[in-house]
Design a protein around this ligand. Structure first.
Ligand SMILES: Cc1cc2nc3c(=O)[nH]c(=O)nc-3n(C[C@H](O)[C@H](O)[C@H](O)COP(=O)(O)OP(=O)(O)OC[C@H]3O[C@@H](n4cnc5c(N)ncnc54)[C@H](O)[C@@H]3O)c2cc1C
Length: 362
């Protein structure tokens, strides 16, 4: 049976970042397994872009964003040799007496470079976005577009160059604590390792112990649209001019967000779908509701005729309170990352560092 130091199961952002930090911390014999191939679109980490921000409705997430922005992303960028984020303003807005109020409470005064602005100022600054009378707005100077696809590619390249074994199309069937470590078994190989890190995203429930996830996880399908059209193209929608943004409505269902156009993709918009019965991550999904995306774009973009360029689907793994959890089993060297809820990409470099330190019992 091959002996290794660590096996990371799952090569999404959380798994790749864990392997990165294990290697940075001096571990050598590291294997990363993923059931699909590089760049696959079945989980949660694919797609060109993600939002990073400090504006949050809970002080712990504001604090985590500060650490991720100040420490973890810069260290990752230095290692892979270049920026993975494109700074652009962040605009987070909604009815001032609704859930938006919690964002203002948790973020303003936190030390993060975020300021409250009025609707008139927001409309002048971002004329392509529709705000309503009675909305509050936060202008987040720490926000950026995370180049998600580039991050995944450059991380994988860095890991391969650092002699980390990336085993694609290798689903892990079992993780068994044994004397002196843990056995990780696939159809072709069983490794004996000092530790295993489970970063399984929507499949967390398939291998992780129930008490490792901090409660039930529900997989929610997401539908994303990319739009263009008169007034919704060129520099007007480029990073630096066009914000990353989110409309924080009165209900969980009335929460949608968007990003500037990157590489001619069109501006991104989607509902942040956090409620519902959930889906089986392996089950086929119904056709994307393009009419719903078009209606959303018409509602939010102050242009005559946005047209849908392309769509994308993705999965959230929802935890109660949208919590992000990294935990080591009490009786075994198994670390579980149960962290998504539609907002963990920005925290990947921090969550990976936490998981690596728990695996190394630092
Ligand atoms: C549409 C959308 C928009 C988002 N926007 C943002 C945003 O703007 N900002 C932000 O911070 N976050 C955002 N997120 C959330 C963020 O992308 C996710 O939280 C993050 O990607 C989760 O990464 P992960 O590594 O935990 O999961 P995943 O990327 O799903 O990785 C899990 C991996 O485990 C593998 N796997 C599963 N089971 C096995 C097995 N048995 N053996 C081997 N491999 C296995 C899977 O193949 C998969 O590759 C968004 C998510 C979506 C879907």
């Amino acid at each position: 049976m091959p002996q290794v130091d660590h096996v990371v199961v799952g090569a999404g952002i959380n798994g790749l970042c864990t392997a990165f930090w294990l290697r940075q911390r001096g571990a050598s014999r590291i294997v990363v397994c993923d059931r699909f191939g590089p760049g696959h679109d079945r989980g949660s980490s694919h797609g060109a872009t993600r939002i990073t921000r400090s504006s949050y409705d809970a002080p712990r997430f504001v604090a985590m964003a500060q650490v991720a922005h100040a420490e973890c992303w810069p260290q990752l960028e230095r290692a892979v040799g270049g920026s993975l984020r494109t700074p652009t303003p962040g605009l987070f807005f909604g009815p001032v007496d609704g859930p938006f109020a919690a964002y203002a409470r948790a973020t303003l005064g936190s030390g993060a470079a975020v300021e409250a602005i009025d609707v008139m100022t927001a409309r002048r600054r971002f004329p392509l976005l529709r705000l309503h009378e009675g909305d509050g707005a936060l202008l987040d100077h720490t926000a950026a577009v995370v180049l998600a696809a580039a991050t995944m590619q450059r991380l994988a390249a860095w890991l391969s160059a650092a002699d980390v074994a990336l085993r694609w199309h290798e689903p892990v069937a079992a993780v068994r604590p044994v004397a002196g470590g843990v056995e990780v078994a696939t159809a072709t190989t069983t490794w004996h390792a000092r530790s295993a890190v489970l970063a399984l995203g929507p499949w967390t429930g398939s291998l992780a112990a129930a008490d490792a996830t901090g409660g039930p996880l529900v997989v929610q399908p997401q539908e994303v649209g990319y739009f263009a059209g008169d007034g919704l193209d060129g520099d007007a929608v480029a990073p630096g001019r066009f914000p990353v943004w989110a409309r924080i409505g009165r209900t969980a269902e009335d929460f949608h967000y968007g990003l500037p156009a990157v590489d001619g993709s069109g501006v991104k918009i989607a509902v942040h779908r956090t409620t519902g019965d959930g889906v089986d991550p392996d089950a086929p999904l119904p056709a994307i509701a393009e009419a719903g995306l078009l209606e959303l774009a018409r509602e939010r973009f102050a242009v005559a005729a946005p047209h849908l360029r392309r769509t994308e689907r993705c999965l959230y793994t929802m935890a109660r309170d949208h919590d992000l959890r990294v935990a080591r089993a009490a009786e075994a060297p198994v670390v579980t990352i149960a962290a998504c809820s539609g907002h963990a990409f920005k925290f990947g470099p921090l969550l990976g560092r936490m998981a690596a330190d728990l695996a190394l019992t630092r």
